[in-house]
Design a binder for this molecule. Sequence first.
Ligand code: SF4
Length: 119
Amino acid sequence: MNINQPIPLCGTPDVIWINQQGVLIVGDYKSRTSCKVQESDIIQLSVYRVLLEHTQCKPVARIGYVHLKNGRRVRVKLLDEKTVISLYDQYQSIIHGRRAARCTGKSGYCRHCSYSERC
Ligand code: SF4
């Protein structure tokens, strides 16, 4: 799926359920060993939610599910569209040099980052 408005986004959820009321619910399966939900998981699912809202003619739930490697399924509250747009704008500001990036302070994020040598 991809959209250009309100912001350019693309992606495909691992799974989409539809409940008895016809509401779509997004889910994602994580293969990493860490059994904790990360902030980035919630952002990812929230992006899928925005994509579904702009491409499907059905309501989309404000919650989603993260399936962890240990078999646990965690229900998470998703970000609203305004917040997703704000994150996109922050990202654009950083990559175009209008805003300085800040250290995440989270070793989990940095472990596989290709910039870790320079950061
Ligand atoms: S190592 Fe990567 S993820 Fe971590 S703070 Fe630096 S740029 Fe960000």
